[in-house]
Write a protein of this length. Structure first.
Ligand SMILES: Nc1ncnc2c1ncn2[C@@H]1O[C@H](COP(=O)(O)OP(=O)(O)O)[C@@H](O)[C@H]1O
Ligand SMILES: [Mg+2]
Length: 284
């Protein structure tokens, strides 16, 4: 539960998207994208699964408040979800659901509930505070976000230890990823963004896509977001989603599975390093 202190803070600055004042988790990885349909939900599920297979105690939080679909991709029928928390019926820890097949926990969202994406800032702040509290019980929390940079995305991204920004090599996806970084910079969170290139036709193409984005960031924003890795386009992904089974269970040896395992290693280490740096900065 959020402490009185945290609530008071958020009441004083309900919509403050400033990294320095914002409460931040030490083990939260947010998954974001400029444009929808780039594979965020698939990637979030597979990343959480890979982290769990690395022996980490992991929680997947469906933070796409308008178009939640972690449960759909996994074929789950959650009895409780975020709606119960937002309506004040249950605390966040009470809607955690064990996903035995993947060995990790899930907090499901509620799809098509427009009211969830239009939550008052104070409610959203309470949800974030509950998530940060709950994260203490885990090694890592992965947050699947909605596309774009609306208030919900900004808030969760700013409280994350790092944000993994997913882009494909389509020009529109790239320009939207750039816009995300630019707007994020204005909100004080861009230093913590790493890039994931999804659906890359080859490693070389993925690398090229990243370089294009990096160049724009360096030239116009003076930022150099690192590459967390790339996930190749793989027919096994569609197949696995159709079967509502996680990729690392159904096709653990395919290209995309190996790519995601590599990213999980990288992102976990990056997150731990970031948390250490944060702690050091706080000690002064
Ligand atoms: N690496 C990949 N290879 C092939 N298809 C992919 C890959 N990643 C995602 N997809 C396809 O993209 C679709 C959209 O993915 P989804 O996770 O729902 O995106 P988002 O959450 O960003 O809207 C999936 O149904 C899947 O078919
Ligand atoms: Mg999604």
């Amino acid at each position: 539960m959020a402490t009185d202190m945290q609530l008071a803070q958020n009441t004083l600055s309900p919509d403050l998207a400033n990294g320095s004042v914002f409460p931040r988790g030490k083990n939260i990885l947010a998954v974001a994208s400029g444009k929808g349909g780039v594979g965020k939900t698939f990637f979030s599920i597979s990343l959480t699964h890979a982290l769990s297979r690395m022996g980490k105690k992991a929680l997947l939080f469906d933070g796409d408040l308008g178009l939640a679909n972690v449960d759909v991709q996994l074929g789950l029928m959650p009895k409780r979800d975020l709606n119960d928390v937002i309506r004040g019926r249950l605390s966040l820890d009470k809607v955690v659901q064990r996903y035995e097949d993947g060995g990790f926990d899930i907090i499901a969202g509620r799809s098509g509930q427009a009211s969830l994406s239009a939550l008052p800032s104070q409610r959203l702040g309470m949800l974030r505070d509950q998530l940060i509290d709950l994260s203490d019980a885990y090694d890592v929390v992965v947050v699947d976000l909605g596309a774009g940079v609306d208030r919900t995305v900004r808030m969760f991204s700013a409280c994350a230890t790092r944000t993994l920004l997913v882009s494909t090599d389509e020009p529109t996806s790239l320009t939207d990823a750039y816009a995300f970084i630019k707007l994020g910079a204005a909100a004080g969170m861009s230093k913590n963004i790493s890039i994931v290139v999804n659906m890359a036709s080859s490693k070389a193409e993925g690398e090229k896509t990243y370089k294009t984005l990096l160049k724009a960031c360096e030239n116009f924003l003076r930022l150099s977001p690192p590459l967390a890795g790339m996930v190749r386009q793989d027919p096994k992904v569609k197949e696995t989603i159709r079967h509502q089974t996680p990729l690392l269970m159904r096709s653990p040896n395919c290209d995309a599975a190996g790519d995601i395992e590599k990213i999980a290693q990288f992102a976990y280490k990056e997150m731990v390093d970031e948390a250490k740096a944060l702690q050091k900065a706080m000690r002064g």
